[in-house]
Structures are given as C-alpha cells and as structure tokens.
Design a protein around this ligand. Sequence first.
Ligand code: DMJ
Length: 618
Amino acid sequence: MLVRKVPGFVPASPWGLRLPQKFVFLLFLSGLVTLCFGALFLLPNSSRLKRLFLAPRTQQPGLEAVAQVASHPRAHGQESPPNPAPAAPAPGEDDPGSQASSRRRKGWLRRTHPTGPREEATAARGSGATALRPQEGSVPSSFDFKAFRSRLRHPVLGTRADRSKEPQSLVHTQREKIKEMMRFAWQSYKRYAMGKNELRPLTRDGYEGNMFGGLSGATVIDSLDTLYLMELKEEFQEAKAWVEESFHLNVSGEASLFEVNIRYIGGLLSAFYLTGEEVFRIKAIKLGEKLLPAFDTPTGIPKGVVNFKSSPFLVGMFSPLDWNQPPRSSIRLVSISWQVRNIRKVLREIDKPFGLYPNFLSPVSGNWMQHHVSVGGLGDSFYEYLIKSWLMSAKTDMEAKEMYYEALEAIETHLVNVSPGGLTYIAEWRGGILDHKMGHLACFSGGMIALGAEDAKEEKRAHYRELAAQITKTCHESYARSDTKLGPEAFWFNSGREAVATQTSESYYILRPEVVESYMYLWRQTHSPIYREWGWEVVMALEKYCRTEAGFSGIQDVYSKVPNHDNKQQTFFLAETLKYLYLLFSEDDMLSLEDWVFNTEAHPLPVNHSDSSGWGGG
Ligand code: DMJ
C-alpha cells in the first residue's frame, strides 16, 4: 500500500492505489531510502560495483563477481549463495570473535550478568550452513564476514551467562514466555499459510494482500532475524530454506517502495549481517535492483509505488545475455547513492513551514503537495531515519544529525503539547490547524528521542531524556485507559477526554510495535523497572485478547473485553512487537545499540564502524 493505512484512509478501489498518491513522494520514504539503501551499499559487490563503475571501463575485474552471480546455474531460478562466508554462529552460539568490551553508550547505564565461557559451535551451525553452501567452484566474496563480526563491539547475542547456569529469574521466565509466543506465531503461520505474506488465524489460511507487487513470504523474511535472535534454530532453518528454495523475484505487480524496502530488503539484509549466509545478500541486492525504477523521476525523488513490470529483471534475473553489458541496474545502483544524497539535499534546502516537514512531496515538482505534518503515519520514519542515519554512520553523517535536531526543535515548538491532565503528546498539524490527537504510530517517538538524547547539545540532554519519558508515559496511558490494556490506533486530547480514541474507526489494535519499541529504548537508557512492568502488561494483554488457537490476531476494539479479531497476524508482529519485547527482557548487549541500528521494521543493521566494513579489498 503506497501510504501506510491511516484510519479513515480509503484507497481508490479495494485492490488499487489512488492515482495521485502513486506519484506522491511521501516524507517517510526519503528516510527509508537513506537507511536501507545505505545498508545495501555496505554490502560487497555494491561497493565493488561502486569502485568498479567509478573505475575506467577497460579493467573491470570485479565484473566477474557479478557475472559469476549472474551466470551461476541457479541465478536464473533460485539465487543461491555464490560464495560461502564463514557462517555466523547459529542462534545461541556466541560469537567468539567479537571483541566484547565494557564500552557502553554514552550516558546510558550498563547492566549485565557476569560473562561466562562460550560453548563451541554446535552441530546445528555446521548442519544449517553447509546445506546452503553452494556447489564447488563458486566465487569467493570480497566480504570478509569474520572481519566484520570481529569488529563489532559486542557479540551479537551478548555475553550472557551460560543459559543452563542462569538462575530461573523472573526476567528469564518472562523472556522464555515471549519466545514461546514467537514459536507459536511462527508455527501457526507455517502450518496454515507457509509462503504467503500473512496468516489469517481465524480462517486458518494465508493472505497475499496488494502491498508487495506479487512478492510472497513477507512473514518469513520479516521473521528471520527474530527467530535467529531468540535462538529458535529449527524455525530459523525452515525460514532460511524457504528463502533459498521458494522466494522468487520474477514478479510483475505494483508494490509500495516503502513496505518492500523496510520488510524485505531490511529483513534480508539483517539476516545476512547476523549469519553471513550469502543467499540473503544476493536476494537483497537483486530485490534492491528491482526497486530502482521508482527513482526514475524528474527530481530523483522516488515515487511511492514501484511497478515491477517495469523492472529490468522480468526476463529472469541477470539474463546471461546482458551479463557482459554493465548491468544497467548496477550502474543505477551506484547512481542511487548519488540520488540518496540528492533527496537529502532537496529536503535540506526546501522551504519548511515553521521548520516542519509536511508529509506529501511531489517527485515531479519537488514541492510540498499539502501541509499535513505528523510524527505518526506518513511522516514518522523520516525523522526516525535522520537520527538513525547519524548513528549508523558511526556518528560521521553531520548533516543527518543537524537535520534531526533542527526538526526535533520544530516539532517541540509547534506540535508538542501538555494536556490539562499533564500528559505530554505530539499533535498533528493540518494546514495551520492542530489536531490534538496522537497515533499509535507516533508512539515510536519516545524511543527515538531517547535514542538521540545522548548526542544532543549538553544542555539539552536531560530535557530530551525527560521528553522521551513523558511521551512514552502518555502512550502507556493510551493502553492503561482501555479495557483490554492495549492501545487504540489513535487517541485524542480534547473535550475532557485524554489518551482515548473518540471513534470506533480508531479503536482497533493491529499488533503494532511502537509502544513496546519505546519501552525497550527507555529501558536501555534508564533501566527503570517501570518499562519492564509496562512491557509485561502488554504480554499479558496480547495473550488474553489477541492469541487465538491458530496464531495472533489484531482486535477491532480495544475498549471491548469481547475480542473481535480482525483475522490478521501482521508480519510486523513477528518482526517487531515480539522482538522489542524480547530485547526488553534481555541484557543490553543483545543486539547492542553500539553495534546495531534498527530499521523501522526492527531489522538490525550494522553501525558502520569504519573499521568494520569487513570489506577485505581495502
Ligand atoms: C511497520 O510496518 C513499521 O514499523 C512501520 O514503520 C510502521 N508500520 C508498521 C508497524 O506499525
């Protein structure tokens, strides 16, 4: 769906997208391009391609790598890893290489259990990885995965005590409960909808929807890193095998650039950076290339919809015929890095009413289409990705940092309000009028402001920590004030009502993650037990009102104790909601924020520690 479903937003036809929106560049798109495509460029081959295409045409050594991929027998059917990176430790096996250190994020308390010896790679790893190892003769990749991992500040899964010796603490029990919920969600999907985009738990079947242009398996790819993180080894192998054997890219529908990027590119990239398995890298690059036509606009600002029909890859990936022609897409892949910078430049230089960024920007004229500003639907990821681009660049992208704090200043000046009941909320601005409402989507901002508080000017840090805590408290109130203890899609602060939905069309809860996402960031920043208490309230409410016999489902009305399920187990429930809850009850160095930045679908992407490129070629 071009635009994320916003309450009351009705597409032109149940199956189609509104024409105008097709050509509207939505603010949150810009952010995503920066982060996800940025991570794509961290990948080998894309950097090789960069160097390659920036090198004089004649000596194009690197083309082999591309050609090898293209001509690899399975490149046309199933892309399989052209070269075996040393598979990463399978879930639960710690990463001996990484230089676990006691460094911690500036200003954030650190609390971990004493470290214990690490068990050797179990058979699982051997077995899993080898299955995917390609045939002999495939080309080595330039990406030194071991080097990349050895430069991480912390082992991916943290330096926790050996599980068997870990005292049966309440936190351990709570974490195991969330793991059980993920196993149940996955096994229900596998049983009734394997390969489909989403599970419909009431009708016990699958649903493809129309957001992904014919791509399938969104739940599989969105679940990969959560299964890995929770050490659900068997389930992870099932998901990996499906990507290897059944995830096809020769599709021809219309897809949301945003949704395909955050779920598929994000999911595949994270799986690659966590495991080193080539199949994820190859498919991420090839899918990334299928998104390139969206950037064919007069301003270079991408359209919100990509038509896979226009993708250069319809005739089977990389047809051998054109392998000796510089793959058009790869030239374009390199030129995208320019376009990513161009988008940032356009947004930096365009006039911004009161320093705010309206949600709709025309990719044709480069002008704002109308003045609706929100940190919720349509705008959220733009602000999120400014601070995350800064962090992902290992704090070298000064432009992103400046744009973030300037935008936050404008948001605080014009949109942040305190209700008569003392609740701090971020209103929406619609053409000069303030809507005193906040969407569930906007509840990610508590976590965002906490994440960025430590790099703000010294005199602002304490203020931003407090602002983050107040906004997160308000979002908790939207949950606490409902009968199901789950929050509505949008809640208002007017005519005496605070933090409650005023219309049934806004009273639903579709398993969204934003509130527990902020609990996780605020926990890691403060270690105040209140965030784990609030997180556990959500776990209990999910179990009571959203768990069905065949998976988890959203509910139509959070103010009714008789759950009216919407028959949808959203992919982001497995990618985000359960992941953030698991991290909330885990140690800080599990996916340490020193090493990883989460994309807006909670897929962890590596901080580009300049020495961690793992790019052996130097
Ligand atoms: C997810 O797809 C992503 O978190 C996106 O940023 C917002 N919408 C859903 C979750 O609410």
